[in-house]
Ligand binder design. Structure first.
Ligand code: PLP
Length: 391
């Protein structure tokens, strides 16, 4: 094998989405962009709010704008802006020294996991889950252990209770969720917090909670509760990839709850982990987001698409939970084999990712970060694929 043995499994788990991506390019060349309906990518196409460009231009034209190295955790004023914003949202008493600016949420996840998890320890994650977690667990030498969720994808506290072991170091949750769109409610999060406290006592070892929240601001008519108010030993992390449509600019942060056991040490370790991979979050866009705390893309655009895709798929006979947030839908496949069903969709020039890539077999993941026209024009194909599967 020309690649390292330990890379083989990782490459396999990443390949399903990569294959879709490459297939999308090939199909667009063959059939024309308007005739290919690519629901496979979570790449925000809603433009950033105009104030992003204005802020960027202001910084570019300002001779005082910094482009040099900085403290590895990020510019102190940007971290203070993030802390101030968090305090307006959840009054947690956040301070700038507990905030580490990162290279997107992916960078923050890598930093937090490196800071906390020893090789061989477990990261527990409810399935289905974001595929990147396999890679982040791999990098810190940890085992990613999945735990099932309820049929509506909410947390199954009984299953989590059974799954936590002496090796569990981190419980990793993501709400609003990729791929299901579920938003966890306050009651299940309260119960989760109590369970993590109980299990930390039972095993004599602190279990930390990491709350991965890049879709927090993309929620439709539901409140996204803060885990900070629930369990002190929490690290919240996020990015501006989705809320400001800046996915390619790679900026985000992690924030450690001031009441977490060894909070300061964790934040320092995360900043050092930052230097090990990325040195620091990109300078220019750190300064942009530092000035734009609380700003968000127009989520009514996503809400409208969500309603359109839900209405169309329901009429075509698909079963799914209506997503509360993010821009994904996770319908059941009418046949057990989700890869085969994705193949039937592909015959209709529709690209969807089989749920088994997310630890959720028997489903497909559809991203509605696509134009309304694509949703409308894809519907006859969705219907035909359903009819073929039912024959
Ligand atoms: N976590 C989840 C649940 C995601 O869906 C993504 C990206 O799609 C990430 C983390 C990584 O986010 P970023 O691109 O901001 O690093």
């Amino acid at each position: 094998m020309p690649i390292a043995d330990k890379m083989v499994g990782i490459v396999k788990s990443a390949s399903m989405i990569r294959k879709m991506f490459e297939e999308g390019i090939r199909m667009r060349e063959q059939f024309g962009a308007d005739n290919v309906f690519d629901f496979s990518l979570g790449n925000p196409d809603v433009p950033p709010p105009p104030v992003v460009k204005e802020t960027l231009l202001g910084l570019i034209n300002d001779a005082a704008t910094s482009h040099g190295y900085m403290p590895n955790a990020g510019y102190p004023w940007v971290r203070q802006a993030v802390a101030d914003y968090l305090n307006t949202q959840c009054g947690v008493g956040m301070t700038a020294d507990l905030v580490v600016m990162s290279v997107g949420a992916a960078g923050a996840l890598n930093d937090a996991l490196k800071a906390l998890v020893n090789p061989g320890e477990e990261i527990l994650v409810p399935a289905p889950y974001f595929v990147g977690y396999n890679q982040y667990a791999f990098i810190c030498g940890a085992n990613l252990k999945t735990v099932s969720t309820k049929p509506d994808f909410h947390l199954d506290l009984g299953a989590i209770d059974d799954a936590i072991s002496k090796d569990t170091r981190v419980m990793l949750i993501n709400s609003p969720n990729n791929p299901t769109g579920v938003v966890y409610n306050k009651q299940e999060l309260d119960e989760l917090g109590q369970l993590l406290e109980k299990k930390s006592q039972v095993f004599g070892k602190r279990i930390y909670l990491i709350s991965d929240e890049p879709y927090r601001k993309i929620a439709y008519d539901v409140n996204v509760p803060w885990m900070f108010g629930v369990y002190d030993h929490t690290i919240v992390l996020t990015s501006y990839s989705k809320e400001l449509s800046l996915a390619g600019e790679r900026v985000g942060y992690l924030a450690v709850h001031p009441g977490a056991e060894d909070a300061a040490m964790i934040a320092s370790a995360a900043a050092v982990a930052n230097t090990m991979m990325f040195v620091n979050a990109p300078a220019l866009f750190q300064q942009v987001v530092g000035k734009l705390q609380g700003v968000c893309v127009d989520i009514d655009i996503y809400r409208k698409r969500r309603d359109m895709i839900c209405e169309g798929l329901a009429a075509a006979g698909y079963e799914f939970n209506v997503p509360d947030g993010a821009f994904y839908l996770f319908p059941k496949t009418p046949i057990e084999n989700d890869v085969e069903f994705a193949g039937l969709l592909k015959e209709e020039n529709i690209l969807a990712v089989p749920g088994s890539g997310f630890g959720g077999p028997g489903h497909i993941r559809l991203s509605y970060a696509v134009r309304e026209q694509s949703i409308t024009n894809a519907m006859p194909g969705f219907k035909r694929a359903m009819e073929k599967a039912q024959k």
